[in-house]
Design a protein around this ligand. Structure first.
Ligand code: G3P
Length: 216
């Protein structure tokens, strides 16, 4: 399973890339707005320069023709742009047109296998089930990820599943177990993934033992 960062924060993206474990970035209008009143195009282009892989950014239009026009413009910003299109009827139509033009689509805000089926049929390169938001309403978000992965495997389809709306390290482990191609994680979760108290205790004990005997 590959890891993407789910953020528009340049410092966090630079750190993730420097660690050598981040191969893509996903953004959305909420994440972009967290960075303040920025020049949207400039920020996304900067992210695309830093990241050695796909960078998803979302359209704001609500109707298919608006989504298509917006996506065509955004797709010109960089070679690694992926356009996020919402998993509704207008989005299905837009995805069908854009995928035929070779524009990569991340079919986002996906909450069911049926929505994913339509996104895949329309030619989306990625589908993004939102795990945390399903868990929030008492559903099993990871089961939806698992179902989509099984469906894609069964029919040997090339669309990749991005487990999104990841809230904690447990989500990452389960996403890997159910076979998600990618988990897109907030920076905070990336930092939490490496934490283990026994590692810290072990490092300290090694240094203490070494120092006690070797210090003179
Ligand atoms: O990748 C989707 C993500 O940004 C949504 O996360 O925590 O707002 O549900 P969240």
């Amino acid at each position: 399973m590959r890891l993407f960062l789910d953020t528009a924060n340049i410092e966090h993206i630079r750190h993730g890339v420097r660690l050598g474990v981040i191969s893509g970035v996903t953004t959305n209008p909420s994440l972009i707005s967290r960075e303040g009143k920025v020049d949207y195009q400039k920020l996304v282009k900067e992210i695309c320069d830093i990241v050695p892989g796909p960078v998803s950014t979302e359209v704001l239009s609500q109707d298919a023709s608006g989504m298509i026009n917006e996506a065509r413009q955004v797709a010109k910003w960089a070679d690694n742009i992926v356009v996020k299109i919402p998993a509704n009827l207008e989005g299905v139509e837009a995805t069908s047109v854009l995928s035929k033009e070779g524009i990569k689509v991340n079919f986002t805000l996906c909450f069911s296998l049926n929505q994913a089926l339509l996104g895949v049929a329309a030619g989306a390169s990625f589908v993004s089930p939102f795990v945390g938001r399903l868990d929030d309403i008492g559903e099993d978000g990871m089961k939806v990820v698992e179902d989509i992965v099984k469906f894609l495997r069964f029919y040997q389809l090339p669309t990749q599943v991005i487990a999104a709306s990841i809230r904690h390290p447990q989500h990452c482990m389960v996403a890997a177990k159910v076979g998600a191609h990618i988990a897109t994680v907030p920076y905070k979760v990336l930092l939490q993934m490496i934490q283990h108290p026994l590692t810290d205790i072990g490092v300290k004990r090694f240094i203490d033992d070494w120092t006690r005997v070797m210090k003179d």
